[in-house]
Design a protein around this ligand. Structure first.
Ligand code: CP
Length: 309
């Protein structure tokens, strides 16, 4: 496989391979082991058509920690603003001998479109409401480290499921790893057909959280809502926000996850985000490790400069 387009396409064995290497990479980060010879001479380009703090920075740091060259393309100051198409932009980057391209784009399927056009390995860093595979991998790495296993756990995802590529990738990835998934949110923010993916759907957040090993809170993606918001942010916090009371319904040793960016006072209470059970910061560290693992595995698969005379 040249690219990572989504967890929908990966096998359980491939997910395990990435997580195993990511665990090693995380140890390197914690113990400051030098890995800069791993990707010496390789190049990563990050091409983000949407804002990002965690994903883009951690891709760039992961590549640098492995000794790769890194170039970040700001679409707002690139020839994209002169009307250059996605495919032409990708082919231009590819012609510079790049090994890997990490792309974030508002359109579902954009990474797959350019993957067919370039020799570089393409990594989906989030495409519209479709998938965010590296986020789900880093979520699974964090759970694995906190719980010692994935199989048999119950993960409850609460919030704006409809617009969440994080939820979709986690549903695809976690069900493959034997995790039971519950989702909770207002009917307006839950896509149809989730039961067909083996997911339990709840409108009552208390019921969904009861006994869960992991609670994952998702923000409302106002930027993707076409019509007025229902419920309002205040109503949403009361009905679906995770606070101490709601979290106490989960298993005694449950953890609270959040992919970020976090809206305190909306999907989580102000206080709970700073409690020890909240793994948001740990997830960010896992993100660097997962991306180090992926870059290592995918760097061998690009065909940069092949067929160029
Ligand atoms: N979780 C996540 O994708 O965060 P960013 O949008 O900051 O990259």
């Amino acid at each position: 496989r040249k690219d990572l387009l989504g967890l929908r396409f990966l096998t359980t064995k491939e997910i395990e391979e990435i997580l195993n290497l990511a665990r090693d990479m995380k140890k390197s980060l914690v113990y400051k082991i030098d890995r800069t010879s791993t990707l010496k001479g390789k190049t990563l380009v990050t091409l983000f058509y949407e804002p990002s703090t965690r994903t883009r920075t951690s891709f760039e740091l992961a590549a640098k920690y492995l000794g790769a060259n890194v170039v970040c393309i700001e679409t707002a100051t690139s020839s994209v603003v002169k009307g250059e198409s996605l495919i032409d932009t990708a082919r231009t980057i590819d012609s510079m001998g790049v090994d890997m391209i990490a792309i974030r784009h508002p359109m579902t399927g954009a990474p797959g479109i350019i993957a067919r056009e370039v020799k570089a390995a393409v990594i989906n860093a989030g495409d519209g409401i479709n998938e965010h595979p590296t986020q789900a991998l880093l979520d699974m790495l964090t759970i694995l480290e906190k719980k010692g296993r994935l199989k048999g756990l119950t993960v409850t995802i609460v919030g704006d499921i409809l617009h969440s590529r994080v939820a979709r990738s986690n549903i695809f990835g976690m069900t493959k790893m034997g995790i039971n998934i519950r989702v909770a949110g207002p009917s307006t923010l839950i896509p149809p057909g989730l039961q067909n993916l083996g997911v339990e759907v709840y409108n009552d957040a208390d019921e969904a959280v009861k006994g869960a090993d992991v609670v994952m809170a998702l923000r409302i993606q106002l930027e993707r809502q076409k019509s007025g918001l229902f419920p309002s942010l205040g109503e949403f916090h009361r009905m679906y926000g995770i606070d101490d009371r709601r979290m106490r319904l989960a298993a005694d040793d449950a953890i609270l996850m959040h992919p970020g960016p976090m809206n305190r006072g909306v999907e989580v209470s102000y206080e709970i985000a700073d409690e020890r059970i909240c793994t948001a910061d740990e997830q960010v560290t896992s993100g660097v490790a997962v991306r180090m693992a992926l870059l290592t595995l995918l760097s061998e698969r690009s065909a940069a400069y092949e067929n160029i005379v």
